[in-house]
Design a protein around this ligand. Structure first.
Ligand code: BGC
Length: 812
C-alpha cells in the first residue's frame, strides 16, 4: 500500500470520506486504483463468525465454521489472564486463516444488572477483573497481527431500546465502574480498534461523544487506533468524525459520504478531521493486510478444541459439594438426566453466534468415559412445557442409580442479544423435576448451563452444584473432567448470585419506559452494593469451591504489593484464585465497603506451599473527584483484605497512603443513600444532587431517533398501523418462545438507523420524510420520501462512478 502521506494528497475529498464508512455488512471500502484494499471485520467475542455469503449482524445467516470457545462470562470465572490470552491467540489465528482483519471482541461491559440479555458475552460486574481479562484477550488476538475491537464503549448495559437509550450517570460512577474496564483494556491490551456503543451517555451518542472519545479515550488513555461504530450505531457521522470516530459500519451507503463532504464544505468539520480519521483507518488497513498476507490458511481444529475444553474446565465453578459427593466415586452407578446433557446449551444468541465444527454432548462423552451408567433420561421439555411422562421416566431412572447428574439451565431464547431477561428463574418444569428426582434419590448433582446468574431457591434439593456457564463446543468434556476430578475446579464467580432478582441495586431502574436509563445506584453495583448495604446473597462475588483446601498465611504489605504464603493442605492438586480487596473503613468520601484491586490464580500440588505476590497498581486507592475533574486519593490508612472470595477474607492488614488530589467533592451535599450504600430507592433530588444537574426529561419526541417500537406515539395512521402489525408479530414470536431477533432489532431501532442499515437504499432525507409523516404531515411526508428516493438513486449512481475514478481531478 502506498504511504499515507501520498494517499492523502492523491485522494479527492469525496474518496476520503467514502473510506470512512463500510461498503458491505462486514467489509470496509477499498479503492483498488490507489492500492487501498478492503478489509474484513467479523464477530466476535468467543469464536469467529465470518459470513462469506449473505451477512447480517444478528447471527441469523450461516457463517464459516469456527471454534466456539466458552463465552466471556465463563472464562472470566477462571480469573486467569494467561488463559484469556491463549483463547485470544486462537481467535486471532482463526481470523488470520480466514483472512479477517478485525475481530469484533472482546465484549467487556460491566454487568450492571443480571437481567441484561448480553451478560453472557461480558466478563464481570467488576471493572478491574473485566479490564484485565479483556486486555489479555486483546494481546492474544493481536499477537497474530489482526486487530481486536473491544466493545461496547460505553455505559451500554441493557438491550431494551439499546440504540436509543440515554445512560444517565454521574461522572464518578462512569469513570470508576463503566470506564475503568475499558481503561485497563486500552492501556494494557493496546487494541488497534474499539467499538462505540449504541446508546447515548449523558445526552450525547457514544459514537459522537467528545468527552468519551476525545478527552478520555484518545487524550487520557493515549488510544491512537480506529474507533468503529456498532452496526447501525452512527447518529451524526460528521460529528462522530470530528470527535474521534473513524469508521461507520455496516454499509450506510453514499448518502453518508455526502453528509461528510457537506459538513466539510459547510465548515461544520474540517478536512483536517477527515485526514486524522483516515490516517487511523489506513494504518489499520495497512498493518492487518500485511499480517494476513503471510498468515497460515489452516486451522488446527483439534488443538483449538482441546483449548476450548481446557478453558471450560478451568472456568467452571463448584458452588456446592455437600458430603463430598464430588468428585464422583468411580464405582457409583450414575444416572444422567436433563435435555442439556444430550443437546448442550453452549453459547448465546445474536451476533456472537458461532458455527462450531463439532459440539460434544455430555451424554456421549459420558458413555465413552468408562463410568458406570444407569442410563439417560430427557427429564423435561426445553421450552418449559410441563411434561409428566418425561418427568416420570427420569424419576424412575433416578431411583435406580447411586448418583444423579441433573443437567439444568436456561434455554436458547433466555439469553440473547436484543432481549433482556424478565427474571432470573429457571423454568418451573426444571425445578419440579429436580424436586421429584430428589425425592427418589437425594444424591443429586446439578450441572447448570447458563451464561448469567440465576436464582437458586432450589439448591437445598441437590448435594452438588456446578455452574458450567456457556462452556463452548468442548464444554461437555470439561464437565466430565470436573465431575470426575480429572480437573479440580478452580473457577470463582465473576458475578454475584443474589437470593432474589429484586435484591439487585439497579432493579427499579432497569428496562423501564422512556429514553432514560438512570444509574441511580451509582457506584454500588454487584458486590459493591450487597456488601455495603449488607444484603445477603446466594453466592458471593469471587466464590467457588475446590476438592482441596488452601491455607493463607504470612501477609506482608506495602502500598504497592501484597505478599503471602499459600499452602495446598488437602489431598488434591488444584488451583486457587487469591483475591485482594481494598477497604477504607474511615473514608470521608463515600465508597463501597471493599473493592477488588488485584488477584492471582495459582496452581499447587497437594501439600505444596508457595509465596504469592500480587502488585497493587495505580487503580488501588484512587477515586474520581468530580470537583477536581481528576483522579484523587484520600490519604490515610487502608485495609488490604486477602481472601478466597469477597466474603471469605483470610488475611488482612493496613497500609498508609498519602493524599493526592482535591478536597471532598461531596462536601455540603445531602447524599444519605450514597453514604449508607442503601441505593435501591434514591429519591430524584438526591440523584440530581449526585449528577450535579437536573435529571433529564425522559420524554420521547418525534424525530430521527424515535424507535420503530415507538412510532405508535406519532400522529400518522400509517405509523399506527405499522406499529400494531409489528407489535403483534413480535408478541406472537415472544409468546411462541422463539423471539424473532430481526423484529426485536427493528422494534428497538431508531428511524435514522433505517438509513444506516440499508446499504444506501434509504437516505437521511427519506428518513426526514418519514419523520414528517409521523408528525402528521401525511401527504408532504410521503411526497418527500418519494422525491428523496429518486434523488438518492441518481446521486448514488453518479458518485459511485467518481469514486472508482482517479484522484483529485474528481474533487466533489
Ligand atoms: C452488536 C455488535 C456486533 C455487531 C456486528 C451488533 O448488533 O451489538 O456487538 O459486533 O452487531 O455483528
Amino acid at each position: 500500500m502506498p504511504d499515507t502521506k501520498t494517499l492523502l494528497q492523491q485522494l479527492s475529498l469525496e474518496q476520503k470520506c467514502a473510506l470512512l464508512s463500510g461498503a458491505a455488512t462486514f467489509q470496509t471500502r477499498g479503492l483498488p486504483q490507489f492500492g487501498i484494499p478492503a478489509i474484513w471485520l467479523s464477530d466476535g467475542p468467543h469464536g469467529l463468525r465470518k459470513q462469506a455469503g449473505p451477512a447480517d449482524h444478528l447471527g441469523q445467516n450461516p457463517s464459516e465454521p469456527a471454534t466456539c470457545f466458552p463465552t466471556a462470562s465463563a472464562v472470566a470465572s477462571s480469573w486467569n489472564e494467561a488463559l484469556g490470552e491463549e483463547i485470544g491467540r486462537a481467535l486471532g489465528e482463526e481470523a488470520a486463516a480466514q483472512q479477517v482483519a478485525v475481530v469484533l471482541g472482546p465484549g467487556l461491559n460491566t454487568k450492571r444488572s443480571p437481567l441484561c440479555g448480553r451478560n453472557f458475552e461480558y466478563f464481570s460486574e467488576d471493572p478491574y477483573l473485566s479490564g484485565k481479562m479483556a486486555a489479555a484477550y486483546i494481546r492474544g488476538i493481536q499477537a497474530n497481527g489482526v486487530a481486536a475491537c473491544p466493545k461496547h464503549f460505553a455505559a451500554n448495559n441493557q438491550e431494551l431500546r439499546r440504540m436509543a437509550t440515554d445512560s444517565i450517570l454521574d461522572e464518578r460512577t462512569l469513570r470508576e465502574l463503566y470506564l475503568t474496564n475499558f481503561e485497563i483494556a486500552v492501556t494494557e491490551g493496546k487494541p488497534q480498534t474499539i467499538m462505540t456503543s449504541y446508546n447515548m451517555v449523558n445526552g450525547v451518542y457514544a459514537n459522537e461523544n467528545a468527552h468519551l472519545l476525545k478527552e478520555i479515550l484518545r487524550d487520557d488513555w493515549g488510544f491512537d487506533g480506529a474507533v468503529i461504530t456498532d452496526w447501525g450505531g452512527s447518529n451524526d457521522h460528521a460529528l462522530g468524525v470530528k470527535n474521534g470516530s473513524t469508521l461507520e459500519m455496516p454499509a450506510p451507503g453514499l448518502d453518508s459520504v455526502r453528509e461528510l463532504v457537506k459538513a466539510v464544505q459547510d465548515g461544520r468539520i474540517s478536512e483536517v478531521d477527515i485526514n486524522a480519521r483516515l490516517e487511523e483507518l489506513l494504518a489499520l488497513v495497512e498493518s492487518t493486510t500485511a499480517a494476513l498476507e503471510n498468515a497460515p490458511r489452516t486451522i488446527d481444529w483439534d488443538a483449538h478444541h482441546a483449548l476450548a475444553r481446557k478453558a471450560a474446565a478451568e472456568s467452571m465453578v463448584l458452588l456446592k459439594n455437600s458430603g463430598g459427593i464430588l468428585p464422583l466415586d468411580p464405582a457409583a452407578k450414575v444416572a444422567v438426566i436433563g435435555d442439556f446433557a444430550k443437546t448442550p446449551r453452549y453459547q448465546g444468541a445474536g451476533s456472537s453466534l458461532v458455527n462450531a465444527p463439532r459440539v460434544d454432548s455430555f451424554a456421549e462423552v459420558f458413555e465413552r468415559s468408562g463410568l458406570h451408567s444407569a442410563g439417560y433420561a430427557q427429564g423435561f421439555d426445553r421450552g418449559g412445557k410441563p411434561d409428566p411422562a418425561l418427568q416420570a421416566e427420569a424419576v424412575t431412572l433416578a431411583g435406580q442409580a447411586d448418583v444423579v447428574l441433573l443437567f439444568l439451565g436456561l434455554d436458547e431464547v433466555k439469553e440473547s442479544e436484543g432481549l433482556d431477561r424478565a427474571d432470573m428463574k429457571l423454568a418451573q418444569n426444571q425445578i419440579d423435576l429436580l424436586l421429584a428426582v430428589h425425592r427418589a434419590n437425594p444424591h443429586v448433582v446439578v450441572v447448570l448451563s447458563c451464561g448469567s446468574a440465576v436464582e437458586t431457591p432450589w439448591a437445598s434439593h441437590c448435594q452438588g452444584l456446578v455452574w458450567a456457564g456457556l462452556s463452548g463446543q468442548a464444554g461437555a468434556g470439561a464437565v466430565l473432567d470436573v465431575l470426575t476430578g480429572k480437573v479440580n475446579p478452580g473457577g470463582k464467580l465473576a458475578e454475584t448470585w443474589p437470593l432474589h432478582c429484586e435484591d439487585n441495586p439497579s432493579y427499579k431502574n432497569f428496562g423501564k419506559d422512556g429514553r432514560n436509563v438512570e444509574y441511580r445506584e451509582g457506584l454500588y453495583v454487584g458486590y459493591r452494593y450487597y456488601q455495603t448495604a449488607e444484603v445477603p446473597v446466594a453466592y458471593p462475588f469471587g466464590y467457588g469451591l475446590s476438592y482441596t483446601n488452601f491455607a493463607y498465611s504470612d501477609l506482608h504489605l506495602t502500598p504497592r504489593s501484597v505478599t503471602l504464603t499459600l499452602a495446598n493442605t488437602g489431598a488434591f492438586d488444584g488451583d486457587e484464585v487469591v483475591e485482594v480487596y481494598i477497604a477504607k473503613p474511615d473514608a470521608k468520601v463515600f465508597r463501597p465497603a471493599q473493592e477488588l484491586k488485584g488477584f492471582a490464580r495459582v496452581h499447587l500440588k497437594a501439600g505444596e506451599t508457595c509465596t504469592v505476590t500480587i502488585p497493587l497498581d495505580d487503580k488501588a486507592y484512587r477515586y474520581w473527584n468530580e470537583t477536581a475533574d481528576a483522579w484523587a486519593t484520600e490519604g490515610g490508612s487502608y485495609t488490604v483484605r486477602v481472601g478466597a472470595s469477597s466474603a471469605d477474607i483470610r488475611l488482612e492488614g493496613t497500609v498508609t497512603v498519602p493524599p493526592a488530589g482535591g478536597a471532598d467533592p461531596y462536601a455540603g451535599l445531602a447524599l444519605p443513600h450514597y453514604h449508607s450504600g442503601q441505593v435501591q430507592d434514591v429519591p430524584d433530588a438526591e440523584f440530581a444532587a449526585l449528577l450535579g444537574r437536573p435529571i433529564p426529561n425522559p420524554k420521547i419526541s418525534i424525530d430521527r431517533n424515535m424507535t420503530l417500537g415507538e412510532i405508535g406515539h406519532g400522529r400518522s395512521p400509517l405509523g399506527w398501523l405499522i406499529h400494531v402489525i409489528h407489535k403483534h408479530l413480535l408478541d406472537k414470536s415472544l409468546q411462541n418462545g422463539t423471539p424473532d431477533l430481526n423484529l426485536l432489532f427493528n422494534y428497538n431501532m431508531p428511524l435514522r438507523a433505517i438509513a444506516k442499515m440499508t446499504g444506501g437504499m434509504v437516505s437521511m432525507g427519506m428518513v426526514d420524510g418519514l419523520v414528517m409523516e409521523l408528525k402528521g404531515f401525511w401527504i408532504i411526508g410521503i411526497v418527500r420520501v418519494i422525491v428523496e428516493l429518486i434523488r438518492n438513486m441518481t446521486r448514488n449512481a453518479a458518485m459511485e462512478k467518481r469514486l472508482q475514478a482517479g484522484g483529485k481531478e474528481n474533487r466533489a
